[in-house]
Design a protein around this ligand. Structure first.
Ligand code: IPE
Ligand code: IPE
Ligand code: MG
Length: 248
């Protein structure tokens, strides 16, 4: 269980459960270090996703966005990209579709037109099966590029009369196939040791606390999530204002 001293950190400024996003990096190296094919790392990464979802439910997180495949990842060898698409399909058919019993709403953000048809059907079935769940919103970012989404949203905004930040956020949500915007990201975790954003949630993460972890994604579990939440809780978020300690 997450310690009670952490509970304060589990509420975002919006008053909803925290929005935690994870750039799940390092699965290829995890396999290579064992002398295994990279696909074995991606398979282990999928198991890590399942256990993180359980941990996120237990921790009371409101929204969990997991970056699984970027628009730029189409530069990978076709065999690796295909293997990933098969693993995603298995995830949606054999896990996400049953998330209703956990109260987990599943959705996918990103472009859909380049995904294999069987994966797309599995995604749509899981989304429909869990549409009324409210305990945790699990968003898988697949063929997702924040820049592409921003460009799409800008075009939508140009055709709209609402040019407010809220109007833009709505246009951005629609650009990634969401009916409404998710709350801003509170905590962004990147595993795998690299310290970069790789085109992840550039608008929604404007005020995110960022944690870079050396842990390779398949090794990231409940204890690592608890440690990241503890670190998040130790930080003072100022949103451009003065420090509480000196503001008086
Ligand atoms: C992240 O792991 C998963 C995807 C980008 C699809 P990687 O496959 O990038 O793993 P490393 O960084 O090569 O170890
Ligand atoms: C970021 O990992 C994207 C995902 C985890 C889905 P990459 O391995 O693709 O990022 P780079 O190439 O190191 O920037
Ligand atoms: Mg990588």
């Amino acid at each position: 269980m997450i310690q009670s001293s952490l509970l304060k950190s589990l509420v975002s400024p919006a008053g909803t459960g925290l929005h935690v996003a994870v750039i799940m990096d390092g699965s290829g190296r995890w396999a290579e270090r064992r002398g295994w094919p990279r696909a074995a790392g991606h398979r282990a990464g999928e198991r890590a996703v399942r256990s993180l979802v359980e941990a996120a439910v237990e921790a009371g997180i409101g929204t969990l966005t997991l970056f699984a495949f970027s628009g730029a990842n189409w530069r990978r060898p076709p065999a690796e990209a295909s293997r990933l698409m098969e693993i995603f399909r298995d995830f949606f058919e054999n896990y996400a579709a049953q998330c209703h019993s956990r109260g987990v709403r599943v959705s996918v953000i990103g472009r859909r037109g380049r995904l294999p048809g069987a994966l797309l059907s599995a995604i749509e079935r899981a989304e429909q099966a869990t549409a009324d769940c409210t305990r945790l919103h699990l968003r898988l970012a697949i063929d997702y590029s924040a820049r592409d989404a921003l460009i799409d949203a800008a075009a939508r905004l140009a055709a709209s009369s609402d040019r407010s930040p809220q109007g833009f956020a709505q246009a951005l949500a629609e650009a990634i196939h969401e009916a409404a915007p998710a709350p801003d990201v509170d905590l962004l975790i990147r595993t795998g040791g690299e310290q970069r954003l790789s085109d992840c949630l550039l608008w929604e993460g404007a005020f995110a606390e960022i944690i870079f972890s050396d842990c390779l994604w398949p090794d990231f579990g409940k204890a690592e999530l608890a440690a990241a939440l503890a670190e998040f809780h130790r930080r003072e978020r100022r949103f451009g204002g003065a420090s509480e300690a000196i503001a008086g």
